[in-house]
Design a protein around this ligand. Structure first.
Ligand code: TRP
Ligand code: SF4
Length: 329
């Protein structure tokens, strides 16, 4: 029996950080490792253009970097198809057709649209492409007749819109598309070094490429419990920024011990973050080893991507044949 298909994508607008790893990538890897699904993960480079169309110099480099990091955290090309969106131009054709049947009002009321416009107020994103972003995303998803779409909560409105667009296509032309489900993972709440959302624009990130002293320094600079001004003040792990990282990187017996020691002022923040840094350095070591390997074998990475494009294109071509027939174009 054919496995159900899973699809997700990421925009290559910068290097990957721990927020990306624990918020999304780890979930992708877990889903792959169940061996229950046929996974498609792609670099959404056309989507990167929606916010970065004025500055496209780095998109290609980020795309390759992204795939290197995907492989380093455990995505396995034998089980997951990894490809770049713009290498499968069928996405653009399906986007065009879907744009014909998507009411403007669905796009205008999209909450992510309004939020992003506020968040990216430094960029000029009053464009047609930016408004149509979810239509392109819908094309990405239904092209592969995906059963499930692993995403974060921020992407739920987009998946909901995808479902509506797929239903509308099925209703207007022909029942071609299954209605995809969003797959939300339980994600640990990791914030940036300064307690805001981890984001490259805030310069508060720990990148998957950070190592050694740079990595340790960043961890030493993490904000902790703001009420813990002095070493003798008891601390509150539940409001401390560093503590959630312990829950991921330190063994659970130590996590409890640290929480207790924090609450009783038995450990200071400097010491606590030193221990954390050591755990993170150790935890990242296998990822960094694989990164080195792939960075020394970029030809292999490009071959993996080319193979992904071949696998994705095969399905995309079949879907588009059905679409053209259904639309009678
Ligand atoms: N919009 C997603 C994000 O910003 C990226 C994306 C593009 C995507 N196409 C997709 C995610 C299809 C899931 C499925 O993170
Ligand atoms: Fe956070 Fe550790 Fe300081 Fe407690 S001791 S506030 S957990 S850094």
């Amino acid at each position: 029996m054919e496995k159900k298909r899973i699809l997700s994508g990421m925009r290559p607008t910068g290097r990957l950080h721990l927020g990306n790893l624990h918020g999304a990538l780890a979930n992708w890897v877990d889903i792959q490792n169940t061996n229950t699904y046929d996974c498609f993960y792609f670099v959404a480079d056309w989507h990167a253009l929606t916010s970065d169309y004025k500055d496209t110099d780095l998109i290609k480099a980020y795309s390759l970097d992204m795939v290197v990091d995907w492989l380093s955290v455990g995505l396995d090309p034998a089980r997951s198809t990894l490809f770049v969106q713009s290498e499968v131009p069928e996405h653009a054709e399906l986007f065009l057709i879907l744009s014909m049947i998507t009411p403007l009002s669905w796009l205008e009321r999209n909450p992510t649209y309004k939020e992003m416009q506020e968040e990216l107020s430094n960029k000029d994103i009053g464009t047609f492409g930016f408004l149509g972003y979810p239509v392109l995303q819908a094309a990405d998803i239904i092209m592969y007749k995906a059963y499930g779409v692993p995403v974060g909560v921020d992407q739920l409105p987009h998946v909901e819109l995808t479902r509506e667009i797929a239903r509308r296509f099925n209703f207007l032309y022909k029942e071609i598309f299954p209605i995809p489900e969003p797959l939300l993972a339980q994600v640990p709440k990791l914030l940036g070094l300064d307690g805001r959302k981890m984001s490259k624009s805030y310069e508060n990130t720990i990148y998957l490429r950070d190592r050694g002293d740079e990595l340790r320094q960043k961890i030493a600079s993490m904000f902790t419990d703001p009420q813990r001004m002095k070493r003798k003040n008891p601390g509150r792990p539940d409001v401390c920024n560093a503590f959630p990282f312990h829950t991921i990187y330190s063994p659970s017996s130590e996590v409890d011990e640290i929480a207790d020691a924090c609450r009783t002022a038995g450990i200071g923040c400097v010491e606590c973050k030193k221990r954390l840094a050591q755990r993170i350095v150790e935890g990242m070591a296998p990822i960094h080893e694989r990164q080195d390997h792939y960075l020394n074998h970029l030809g292999d990475v490009k071959e993996i991507m080319a193979d992904g494009v071949r696998r994705a294109s095969k399905i995309a071509r079949l879907t588009m044949e059905q679409v053209r027939e259904a639309v009678k174009i």
